[in-house]
Design a protein around this ligand. Structure first.
Ligand code: GTP
Ligand code: MG
Length: 195
């Protein structure tokens, strides 16, 4: 996919700030530090566009990126970050629920799972919740560059089993370091966007 333009348009902390236009969007979901912002940067070929950090909890608002004058990527704050207070977590839950449940522009959710480990309980819960709301989910196994190639297939199987993916559901292993499977990820996203 050729990216001709990409810019951060708005950071939303509340539901009433979501853009009103009809444009389709793809949201990134996954635990803190799994590589959501890095995934966006790699796909767009724009290194510092989405802010990344070794410290989890970097993305705190829903950040809207406007791509090719056609659609949005939405970088969503990660879950499962231990240092977040109970009150903050509850507030996060409310905004997320409203977003994933009611957002008509949302075409698919890219669910990122750290490919080195078994999916966490939060990962399984999130995936089930998205499926329950009948949202198309694209599962991406991140940081695959950190795993020896000989283990890729086995780890794919572990993620499949833990999330109970159906036969026809795709899982794409991915690396923001090397760009492995970048085009495959784009093709899943394009097909969800119908472009
Ligand atoms: P939050 O915004 O806190 O929810 O995190 P995030 O999911 O946006 O993660 P982010 O993209 O900021 O990446 C977290 C850390 O993991 C950074 O240090 C990245 O450089 C690193 N990282 C992300 N993707 C990859 C990958 O594919 N391979 C390797 N080796 N490191 C990665
Ligand atoms: Mg982030």
């Amino acid at each position: 996919m050729k990216v001709t333009s990409a810019e951060l348009t708005i950071s939303c902390a509340r539901v009433d700030q979501f853009p009103k236009g009809p444009f389709p969007e793809i949201a990134l979901s996954g635990r803190s530090n799994v590589g959501k912002s890095s995934f966006i940067n790699k796909l767009l070929g724009r290194k510092g566009l989405a802010r990344t950090s070794q410290q989890p909890g970097k993305t705190q608002t829903l950040n809207y990126y406007w791509i090719n004058d056609r659609f949005h990527f939405v970088d969503v704050p990660g879950y499962g970050y231990a240092k977040v207070s109970k009150t903050e977590r509850a507030a996060w839950g409310k905004v997320m629920e409203a977003y994933f449940q009611e957002r008509e522009q949302l075409r698919a959710v890219v669910q990122l799972i750290d490919a080195r480990h078994k999916p966490t309980q939060d990962d399984v819960m999130m995936y089930d919740w998205l499926k329950h709301h009948e949202l198309p989910v694209i599962v991406i196994g991140t940081k695959i560059d950190k795993l020896p190639k000989g283990k890729w297939k086995q780890q794919e199987k572990v993620i499949r089993e833990e999330l109970q993916l159906e036969e026809e559901d795709q899982i794409i292993v991915f690396s923001s370091e090397t760009g492995h499977n970048k085009e495959k990820a784009w093709s899943a996203i394009r097909s969800a966007l119908n472009v």
